[in-house]
Design a protein around this ligand. Structure first.
Ligand code: NAP
Length: 315
């Protein structure tokens, strides 16, 4: 269904639906078990974008989902040992179900070594090697948040659901992508690789491209679904897209004017695609929503481990 009648994949709307569902479940479980889920957030340094993201995550956790949020802010010059100690304290804290180490870290810190220290059962960003390995096996509970958000937006694209106040995202069916070709541009451990694995799980035929891939325009033109996660403003052009494609723009790029833009030339791409995410307001809010989803999941698992009867919830 190409043309100007494209479906805008409104991540703000979908995220609000997800928050409401999480909050309802939190109210139910808190009444039974006496405590809400706890999210521990560690911010190291003064990166302005990270400060904005962390504030947004804490606000959604407390106000939209009913979590407790524990904030540890370390200076730009914090030593590896200080960050390790903060992670270990959260690992041991029974009120903390999920730990978020905000990336990027200052250059003198070893991000991979620090992520490895997070208790895998509290790894709500899904970046611990154990959770990444389980994802590669098609198993595991905690998957990276941005790729989970990308998949939910693809579900929205292939559903009859129209983003508006009258519809409920709880009714969003999981899209079976059998027979669909997907192109994922980017191969980072944060976005590109796990997104390709999740698309494979949904039976898509996936091509993973990167900076050394020749002829990206051809790879995109053959795809029914294009996920752009390269970090280059307006990289994906209208001419690269197959009419009727679903386009998910993960990129967040700040232009010299200060405006934010994605990795896709949105205005022109929208003329030809069936569905497309805006930037901002697409993948970004869904990344936060999936962090809440993962924290709720980690909390339920912990309740289940501590209660012989189990909490009787679906994961
Ligand atoms: P990253 O670690 O820098 O990875 C970028 C990937 O894009 C790499 O695999 C790189 O290839 C590839 N790439 C770069 N330039 C390319 C080119 N000219 N042609 C083809 N491939 C190219 O970035 P990331 O963490 O995955 O993030 C990607 C974008 O998503 C960024 O704009 C970031 O800000 C945004 N992001 C958004 C969210 C959200 O919530 N919306 C979350 C995370 C990230 P090589 O591997 O060959 O270098």
């Amino acid at each position: 269904m190409p043309g100007s009648n494209y479906k805008l994949l409104d991540g703000k709307w979908l995220a609000a639906q997800e928050h409401a569902a999480v909050q309802m479940e939190v109210q139910r479980l808190q009444a039974m078990y006496g405590r809400p889920p706890g999210l521990g957030v560690i911010l190291v340094g003064d990166n302005p974008a990270s400060q904005v993201y962390v504030r947004a995550k804490e606000r959604v956790a407390r106000k939209c989902c009913g979590f407790r949020s524990f904030n540890r802010k370390l200076t730009e010059r914090a030593s590896e040992r200080e960050v390790e100690d903060t992670i270990c304290a959260f690992n041991l804290d029974p009120a903390v179900d999920g730990i978020l180490l905000q990336l990027p870290l200052p250059k003198h810190l070893d991000a991979a070594a620090l992520l490895d220290l997070i208790d895998p059962t509290k790894d709500v960003d899904g970046l611990h090697p154990l959770n990444q390995g389980l994802l590669a096996r098609g198993a595991g509970d905690l998957r990276p948040c941005t790729p989970l958000g990308v998949i939910k937006l693809i579900d929205l694209a292939f559903s009859e659901l129209r983003p508006n106040a009258q519809t409920a995202a709880a009714e969003l069916p999981c899209a079976d992508l059998s027979g669909k070709r997907a192109a994922v541009l980017g191969r980072s451990i944060l976005v590109g690789k796990p997104t390709a694995l999740l698309l494979l799980e949904r039976n898509a035929t996936v091509t993973q491209a990167h900076s050394k891939s020749p002829d990206l325009s051809k790879i995109c033109r053959e795809a029914d679904i294009v996920v752009a996660a390269v970090g280059v403003p307006r990289f994906v052009k209208r001419e690269w897209l197959k009419p009727g494609a679903v386009v998910i723009d993960v990129g967040i790029n700040r232009l010299p004017s200060g405006a934010l833009t994605g990795d896709v030339d949105f205005e022109r791409a929208a003329e030809i695609c069936a569905a497309i995410t805006p930037v901002p307001g697409g993948v970004g809010p869904m990344t936060i929503a999936m962090l809440m989803f993962n924290t709720l999941r980690a909390y339920k698992k912990r309740l289940d481990r501590n209660s012989s009867a189990g909490v009787g919830v679906r994961y």
